[in-house]
Design a protein around this ligand. Structure first.
Ligand code: NAD
Length: 359
């Protein structure tokens, strides 16, 4: 049976970058006889304009029935005045929770051709290739009780709760260990076990699960030290696993080590490696419609999809090598352009990757 990909282009530059990713995926699908089929649906602001909701039932059904979801980006100033419940971003949160996508993978790779884009010294970041695995559906962003209330003394009090059950920790641990097995077999679990009891449990469950993966070297680090180490000596890490909020912050630090937001893909997986794949950047309304957005983060998201959901490492590597070849040929979209390079449009970059694949 063919395997289905739900394609949700979204808003802003979403349709422009997704078109290039589909161009690349269609080629590799035919060339390697992968048997993938695609189906498009609306999400975000585009879905709100058409149906009055950022996540129409038809879109959700398509995603539930698909093996993977490819997403561009959602949001933009046009929809900012809307009530929170119908904001474009709610569409994304809805898919994450409905599909139970609890494991968020954010690689930070520095391409040697773009070493100058980082604000850190080349010797600190050149060759950087780390993966942050962030727990995505639990922790302080969802814990109860939460809210702001007025205490007995009349003062307002704000509260959020960091809560993890053993099973939630166990499943993200398994996800992270399996990813480490596919990489350099080093996993660093980040917590704050010296202060927070919830992360004391996190550390102890990580250690327990680690016994099932004797080939992976597990270490533990406090989150404040991890933030410092990511900037001081990021190449010491292979895979980092951490809770929702710590991962939110650390993955942005890691992304910025590479200096180019248009280059970084991501994946959000369930327990069976079904996933949603998307660039880490947003809908970039400031450049939408101009044909200048960088499609490489979305193209690299497709490579992640082939690796993690469809278990096609060779196809994934072919795409990643083609991106490298395109960069070697000096083509650059505006966001990564520097003197002496050849400036290309969004579709020009997609074509360069496609030609490298064909070559
Ligand atoms: P953004 O990532 O869209 O843009 C930040 C800056 O990076 C902008 O200057 C933009 O032009 C540039 N940029 C981003 N992607 C690029 C690309 N592929 N090529 C070249 N330049 C690129 O973040 P923002 O401006 O804070 O948010 C804009 C909208 O996107 C908001 O509505 C926000 O809510 C939404 N957003 C969506 C997602 C998502 O869909 N997953 C993520 C973040 C933000």
């Amino acid at each position: 049976m063919p395997q289905k990909i739900a394609v949700l282009a979204g808003d802003g530059i979403g349709p422009e970058i997704v078109a290039e990713a589909i161009k690349v995926l269609s080629f590799i699908n035919t060339d390697m006889n992968l048997g993938l089929v695609f189906e498009n649906a609306l999400i975000g602001g585009a879905a709100y304009d058409a149906f009055g909701t950022p996540l129409p039932q038809t879109t959700l059904n398509l995603c539930k029935n698909a093996d993977a979801v490819l997403l561009g980006a959602v949001g933009g100033p046009k929809w900012e005045p809307l009530a929170h419940a119908v904001r474009p971003e709610r569409g994304l949160l809805g898919i994450r929770s409905e599909l139970n996508l609890f494991s968020n993978l954010r690689p930070a790779i520095l391409y040697p051709q773009l070493v100058d884009a980082s604000t850190l010294k080349p010797e600190v970041v050149s060759g950087l290739d780390i993966m942050i695995v962030r727990e995505l559906t639990g922790g302080i962003y969802f814990g109860q009780p939460r809210g702001v209330h007025v205490a007995e003394n009349g003062e307002r009090v704000g509260i959020n709760t960091k809560i993890y059950s053993e099973s939630e920790i166990r499943r993200i641990a398994h996800s992270a260990f399996k990813i480490a097995q596919k990489r350099h077999k080093k996993l660093c679990s980040v917590d704050k076990a010296n202060v927070l009891e919830v992360t004391e449990l996190w550390r102890s469950v990580m250690t327990e699960v680690g016994k099932d993966y004797p080939d992976v070297q597990l270490s533990h680090m406090y989150v404040d030290n991890a933030a410092m180490q990511l900037v001081r000596a990021p190449k010491q890490f292979d895979v980092i696993v951490t809770s929702n909020m710590f991962g939110d912050i650390l993955s942005d630090i890691a992304a910025m080590l590479t200096g180019s937001i248009g280059m970084l893909p991501s994946a959000s997986l369930d327990a069976n490696a079904k996933g949603m794949y998307e660039p880490i950047h947003g809908s970039a309304p400031d450049i939408a419609g101009q044909g200048i957005a960088n499609p490489l983060a979305t193209i690299l998201s497709v490579a992640m999809m082939l690796r993690y959901t469809f278990n096609q490492p060779e196809a994934a590597e072919r795409i990643e090598r083609a991106v490298n070849t395109a960069l070697d040929s000096k083509v650059r979209t505006a966001d990564i352009y520097s003197e002496g390079m050849i400036k290309v449009s969004t579709s020009g970059m997609g074509d360069a990757v496609l030609n490298a694949l064909k070559g």
